[in-house]
Design a protein. Structure first.
Length: 310
């Protein structure tokens, strides 16, 4: 009892510390992972996961107050063609690799859409349409989350090594990193301009859940009409419009965006704290190989397109 109380206390101390300006996105995630693997998270996942989802969504909305409409439109235009090409590439590669590795069709498709669009959100939207079971969903989420965590550490140093500009890195993040949280985290660690571009392009990319859901209904001959559209995308757009057209003092918008970034760091700490040996063990070798090959493929394609278009 005392041991669990102490773990809760230490967990809360680190959670509060992750909100401080001394903690970057990778450090926040690393703190969560280190705690999970050494002391084990003292709170059950059913309590942590809803907090993660809500905090991430409100943090993203808050980041919208740091953008002007013309900036968002420019980023969206630059990322439109890249988005179409990369989604098509991932889905084709997903089908080929799934057959070569003889991976379960539903599991490979879930990992494919998670890689192509926006990680866990895409998996959650597509799962009921293809009638995925609990194990298929959990394995897909686990492998996507694991690669997200790795990407947050790898992408920024690779970007600096290759001499990518803020705009190039922001686009590359939005293409090659699966989940919105890690996209925003990696871009935030690279620079302010990269953060703006990555957030805008990634959220615009998330809207492709709608046509992909319709395509999935046809491919899997599903009759379900449940298409989940991430509501926070609308909140993000509304925040941009408010910041563009209403005379809000800069000190207020700066405070909101600062708070949003702190919220993102806390989100990443909580995400890291949910990782465990059991989660990694449940993934299996084939799904992991499949996911890594998809990720390498989209990362290399993303780099090529960013270099060609910029």
């Amino acid at each position: 009892m005392k041991n669990n109380t102490l773990r809760k206390f230490l967990f809360l101390i680190l959670a509060v510390f992750s909100l401080s300006p001394w903690v970057s996105s990778p450090i926040a995630l690393a703190l969560g992972i280190a705690f999970a693997f050494t002391l084990k998270t003292p709170f059950p996942l059913p309590k942590i996961n809803p907090v993660i989802h809500r905090l991430l969504k409100f943090s993203i909305i808050g980041l919208g107050f740091g953008l002007q409409l013309n900036e968002a439109l420019k980023a969206g235009q630059n990322g439109f063609l890249i988005t179409i090409m990369s989604i098509g590439f991932v889905l084709i590669l997903c089908g080929l690799l799934g057959k070569i590795l003889k991976l379960d069709k539903i599991l490979s498709y879930l990992i494919g859409v998670g890689t192509a669009i926006c990680g866990g959100s895409a998996i959650a939207a597509i799962s009921p349409i293809i009638k995925a079971n609990g194990k298929q969903i959990s394995v897909a989420l686990a492998v996507i989350f694991t690669l997200n965590s790795i990407a947050l550490f790898i992408y920024p140093p690779v970007g600096h090594l290759l001499g990518l500009s803020q705009e190039q890195f922001g686009l590359w993040c939005a293409i090659g990193i699966h989940d919105t949280s890690s996209v925003v985290g990696a871009a935030n660690n690279y620079g302010e301009e990269a953060l703006k571009i990555a957030t805008t392009v990634k959220l615009a990319r998330a809207l492709w859940i709608i046509p992909l859901s319709l395509l999935t209904m046809w491919l899997f001959k599903g009759k379900s009409n449940r298409i989940k559209i991430p509501w926070f995308i609308g909140g993000f757009v509304l925040a941009i419009l408010v910041n563009t057209y209403l005379p809000i003092p800069e000190v207020i918008t700066n405070t909101i965006t600062f708070t949003a970034k702190a919220g993102l760091h806390l989100t990443l700490f909580l995400i890291g704290s949910t990782l465990s040996y059991e989660t990694l063990r449940n993934v299996g070798v084939k799904p992991l190989i499949f996911s890594v090959l998809l990720w390498i493929g989209i990362s290399l394609l993303g780099l090529l397109m960013v270099y060609e278009m910029m």
